[in-house]
Design a protein around this ligand. Structure first.
Ligand SMILES: Cc1cc2nc3c(=O)[nH]c(=O)nc-3n(C[C@H](O)[C@H](O)[C@H](O)COP(=O)(O)OP(=O)(O)OC[C@H]3O[C@@H](n4cnc5c(N)ncnc54)[C@H](O)[C@@H]3O)c2cc1C
Ligand code: FES
Length: 560
């Protein structure tokens, strides 16, 4: 530690000596090494437990009372790295590089015993011990060896770190506590210097790339950065992290929105239409559903800058899950979104894949991503897009391309090498059924067939006692829905979601085909689970299962 000699008088020296004596004589120490944050947190917690009772504290002269939420947060480069409840801090908490400092930190220009946080007379103080580089309070330089009162929100800078204080109910600073602090023309670079505000072109996304967090799973809140009107009833919401975020997911996967609409919590899943090859923005493309709650709410209410919470990503419908060098994408309406994500990935990464993309829409005005699909097709030799239109009603543009529903002839024409391809299909239920029929006519090997269902229309929520009758075959089993306390009979063909609905029991669902996971329930007993995209059923004994594609094989207890 260095001392500014000119400022030191004999009284101070005496005090300083007493102070250091106390420092080295002190018994319990919290030594914190920030390079191992977990270890540091454990130590601080343990130190907190070791810490004295209120009687000890009273006898030690630290008559300090803190609210449970009062805390000191340590930031490095503007990011929170450690947190200490004020109640758990010692009466004098020394911060510095020395192993005997209660909070040991490492930074260039940080003194061995750089500063002390002191509890006295029910108030909290910070005091700079290191005269050479000193300390800032609320970005102003304070005198060394002079305790300064800390109020709620106080920000203390020491070299390399900032200490932010959250002190609820802290008494207002009165005259005697007025702090003498010097406004600096320029804050020395060994203190934290906030980065300049991002340029309009966000070059920080590249220049600070190493510091950008990656979202790859979990619940997160995103900001709507842009909204694109794709067609008259389709909008793309371009979402970014509240802090710069890179999004990592499998092209073709979906996220689930956690919304509260008119006071009711609702969840809906939407596939990403964006590709992880453009990781700064997560895009979802929503098509209005007549009478639909969420799709219309999103299109009508979501504004630029609004925050939306999502969880995910989820889903197996991805070219990553079924890697192959020849693919046929078949999509209709909003079912084009996962295909678009995979197409963007393949085009952006120049993946060695031959793609034929057959898309079906009603009219030219309904074609989603029309220009981008044309561009991908024009720029990539092995990527061919064909669009077929199914309706002539209200057509305002002449159309010289394909017309009519997708059938075996159309598939054969576009993909004569169908047998060499994996087929990825997504679209409304009747459309999907027609395509499957066409593929069957062409003797397609369904082991290479992958489908995503966006779900059928909602079934009216059942009411207890309003049970629908089910035609059950043999053998039969009993299913007890434990939360609803209802015991019913079933067979080996009725899935648990249908069974629940038939007896007025609510189970959340979205796709009804085993791809979204919304209907997952805990069960005990034995059942058979088979998602639409899987070829063979899976026999499961107690655990978790998707209700929409599971049938009982024995008596069951279901947590619903
Ligand atoms: C994995 C997955 C990915 C998806 N990706 C996309 C995507 O990229 N883009 C996209 O646009 N959609 C996507 N969806 C569909 C989306 O999740 C929603 O289902 C869709 O937006 C409709 O939701 P909604 O709330 O507007 O309609 P809902 O309110 O759920 O209504 C759906 C239909 O049911 C009818 N209905 C509502 N309540 C009742 C009732 N009580 N009784 C009878 N009928 C009723 C409505 O009139 C409507 O026709 C995806 C779904 C899944 C499962
Ligand atoms: S409802 Fe989607 S997996 Fe069951």
């Amino acid at each position: 530690m260095t001392t500014e000699k000119s400022e030191v008088n004999s009284e101070q020296l005496l005090e300083e000596r007493t102070f250091w004596k106390q420092v080295f004589a002190a018994k319990s120490r919290t030594i914190v090494a920030p390079e191992n944050l977990e270890r540091a947190k454990r130590k601080s917690a343990a130190a907190g437990q070791r810490q004295t009772t209120w009687i000890d504290r009273l006898f030690a002269g630290h008559d300090f009372y803190a609210n449970a939420s009062d805390k000191m947060v340590i930031l490095k480069n503007g990011v929170e790295v450690l947190e200490f409840p004020i109640g758990e801090l010692a009466g004098d908490t020394i911060i510095g590089r020395h192993p005997d400092a209660q909070i040991q930190l490492e930074a260039y220009k940080l003194g061995l015993f750089h500063a002390v946080i002191r509890k006295k007379d029910g108030k909290l103080y910070a005091e700079a011990l290191d005269a050479e580089h000193g300390m800032l309070l609320n970005r102003k330089k304070v005198k060394t060896a002079t305790p300064v009162r800390l109020a709620d929100g106080a920000l203390v800078d020491i070299p390399g770190y900032q200490l932010r204080f959250h002190l609820t109910d802290a008494p207002v600073i009165e005259g005697e506590d007025v702090i003498e602090a010097e406004e600096l023309d320029e804050i020395p670079s060994y203190f934290y210097v906030p980065p300049p505000p991002p340029s309009p072109v966000l070059m920080n996304l590249i220049e600070d790339r190493d510091n950008i967090s990656i979202w790859s799973e979990g619940v997160t809140t995103l900001r709507v950065a842009d909204i694109v009107e794709e067609t008259s009833d389709v909008k793309t919401f371009r979402l970014v992290g509240e802090k710069p975020t890179l999004f990592s997911y499998r092209p073709g996967q979906f996220v689930t929105f956690l919304l509260n609409i008119n006071g009711e919590d609702v969840e809906r899943s939407y596939s990403m239409s964006s590709s992880p090859s453009r990781p700064h923005v997560l895009e979802i493309t929503v098509k209005r559903v007549p009478g639909g709650l969420v799709s219309n709410w999103l299109c009508d209410n979501v504004k630029l800058g609004q925050s939306l919470t999502i969880k995910g990503p989820a889903g197996k419908f991805s070219c990553f899950t079924y890697p192959t060098s020849k693919m046929l994408f078949i999509g209709a309406g909003s079912g084009i979104t996962p295909m678009m994500s995979m197409s963007r990935w393949i085009a952006d990464t120049t993946a060695d894949v031959d793609v034929k993309f057959l898309a079906s829409f009603k009219s030219p005005q309904d074609i989603i991503f029309r220009k981008e699909l044309e561009l991908i097709s024009a720029r990539h030799n092995r990527f061919r897009v064909a669009v077929t239109l199914t309706s002539t009603w209200g057509r305002t543009e002449s159309w010289t391309g394909l017309t009519g529903r997708i059938n075996s002839a159309l598939i054969r024409m576009l993909a004569p090498d169908l047998d060499e391809r994996h087929v990825f299909l997504c679209g409304p239920e009747p459309f999907a059924a027609e395509v499957k029929k066409g593929l069957q006519e062409l003797n397609f090997n369904f082991a290479n067939f992958h489908a995503e269902s966006f779900g059928t229309g909602r079934v009216a929520r059942g009411v207890k006692g309003n049970a629908k009758s089910l035609q059950l075959s043999e053998p039969r089993h009993r299913v007890r829905f434990t939360k609803s306390d209802i015991c019913v009979e079933t067979d080996e063909t009725v899935n648990l979601l249908e069974l629940a609905e038939a007896h007025g029991i609510e189970i959340e669902y979205a796709c009804r085909s085993g791809s979204c996971g919304a209907c997952e329930v805990r069960f005990s007993g034995m059942l058979s689970e088979k998602a639409d995209f899987e070829t063979t059923p899976q026999c499961k004994e107690s655990g978790l299962a998707f209700a929409c594609c599971s049938v009982a094989l024995a008596d069951l207890e279901v947590d619903a």
